[in-house]
Design a binder for this molecule. Structure first.
Ligand SMILES: CC(C)(COP(=O)(O)OP(=O)(O)OC[C@H]1O[C@@H](n2cnc3c(N)ncnc32)[C@H](O)[C@@H]1OP(=O)(O)O)[C@@H](O)C(=O)NCCC(=O)NCCS
Length: 201
């Protein structure tokens, strides 16, 4: 495990794509494989490369945790910098693929251009947030716990009290993992859109 470097960008995008279908491979699920990484991975390493940790196996990045210390500041940056360029690249949803995902391309494209989706009611108490993904061959070896521990420790050092995250309700493995690590459900969590939080210490 090590800190993210600029040269890891494409590998991080690839890991995101391969884990973006409720934890499974999302290749070909949307009309453009760049969409998922452009919403859930690349803005993170662009804005906060210092809060990204990767797992490297045989010289290849195969997992990461991506963190944001102050989600409110990230929302402002996303609205000013990332969303306009994203909307230019993806003005409309592409043609449907054979996969018909529950999280539709129309919703994904709308989310990519919408910074406000990240403004959760608990932001004052849980200002940080994260995304974590490991390729299948690295799962179940304690690396997810180590990545989260590394990010929590870094956030704690910076004086950030707590963090939150959201996940796909269909991703039962992610729920079990977060519960095992001590995350708890936040008041704004919904059965269709679960949201968890944890202190950084
Ligand atoms: C979810 C994910 C990050 C977990 O990382 P991981 O390295 O596989 O998990 P770890 O091996 O560190 O497990 C930590 C603890 O959680 C438990 N756990 C992990 N996955 C679990 C599962 N599917 N069911 C039950 N418990 C689980 C482990 O048993 C372990 O408990 P222990 O430390 O007390 O022994 C990883 O599996 C992954 O990237 N999955 C695909 C992408 C994904 O779903 N990302 C999250 C999107 S919100």
């Amino acid at each position: 495990m090590r800190r993210y470097r600029a040269a890891d960008r494409a590998a991080v995008a690839a890991v995101c794509l391969k884990t973006a279908a409720s934890g499974g491979d999302a290749t070909g699920v949307y009309s453009d494989d760049a969409l998922m990484p452009e919403v859930y991975a690349l803005p993170y390493v662009e804005y906060a490369p210092d809060l990204a940790f990767v797992v490297e196996v045989d010289g290849r990045v195969a997992g990461y945790v991506l963190g944001i210390a102050d989600t409110e500041e990230f929302i402002d940056w996303y609205a000013r910098v990332w969303a306009p360029a994203f909307r230019e690249r993806h003005p409309v949803a592409g043609p449907p693929t054979a996969h018909r995902p529950a999280y539709t391309e129309a919703q994904l494209v709308a989310d990519g251009g919408d910074s406000e989706r990240m403004r959760i009611p608990e932001l004052d108490d849980y200002p940080a947030h994260l995304h974590i993904d490991l390729l299948p061959e690295l799962q179940g070896r304690g690396l997810g716990r180590r990545l989260i521990d590394a990010l929590r420790a870094t956030l704690a050092e910076r004086g950030v009290r707590a963090l939150h995250l959201g996940f796909d309700a269909a991703n039962v493995g992610a729920r079990a993992f977060y519960e095992r690590l001590g995350f708890h459900e936040l008041p704004s969590s919904r059965p269709g859109a679960p949201r968890f939080g944890i202190s950084t210490r």
